[in-house]
Write a protein that binds this ligand. Sequence first.
Ligand code: NAD
Length: 247
Amino acid sequence: MSTPRIAVVTGGMGGLGTAICRALAHDGRKVVAVDLPTAAERTQAWLDSMQGLDVSVESADVSDFDSCQSLVAKIVQTHGALDILVNNAGITRDSTLRKMELAQWQALLDVNLSSAFHLCRHAIDGMLERGFGRIVNISSVSGQTGNFGQTNYAAAKAGLHGFSMSLARETAGKGVTVNSVSPGYIETPMTRAMPEAARERTRAMIPAGRLGQPEDIARTVAFLSADAADYITGANLPVNGGLFMSF
Ligand code: NAD
């Protein structure tokens, strides 16, 4: 039996992250969920929900370059490699531009965009040396279309795709692929916090007639991170029920 691939999922204990961890572990990956430090009981309850799958948890702040360096070093030391990196951690700090504080802009860019640089910067040499790597950056439909009150979020999410395409060019042909996934509206605590009327308006705009499920995104990440997906790089895969179509 071959050695399992080591997969790191940032924001791993969140709505989409949990589904992504589960899908990758189901596919036989050894999964490390990375998230902000949290109560030991919450971590244990989350691990229990993984029902014996090969998943562990590491704490790190992805907005911090040094924290990411220590994290990658620890994972490589413990598991021998970091093969699959899913940059999924994200926050929102919504506000119209006229009211947006510098702190709202900066915090969002640090967590949603700089984090990809922080982790890729530390993980990429090992991937290139081993001749295998799968990087999947979780972007958003908002990065493709813009969204009222989200100049910061849309800029970070669009930036993530420019980052993916550039790194894909630098690593293509060396066994490493870099892609982004752009979810539409997915049923998670993030979207459950929307007022019911806004959720209903959103649902009415989606050709598929429903919000997405976290598993819709998890399946896409599992597909892009498969060994066999070696000819797909620099792509953005929208998973939005037809909400935004382009080519
Ligand atoms: P979520 O809030 O449920 O999960 C986000 C996770 O990231 C949380 O576990 C949080 O603790 C973690 N996190 C936040 N800051 C961090 C930091 N500095 N360091 C480490 N971890 C940190 O959100 P979600 O809905 O699961 O979203 C996951 C990703 O998908 C985000 O990047 C989000 O922008 C994107 N997305 C979500 C939707 C949606 O409809 N839910 C749509 C499009 C894109």
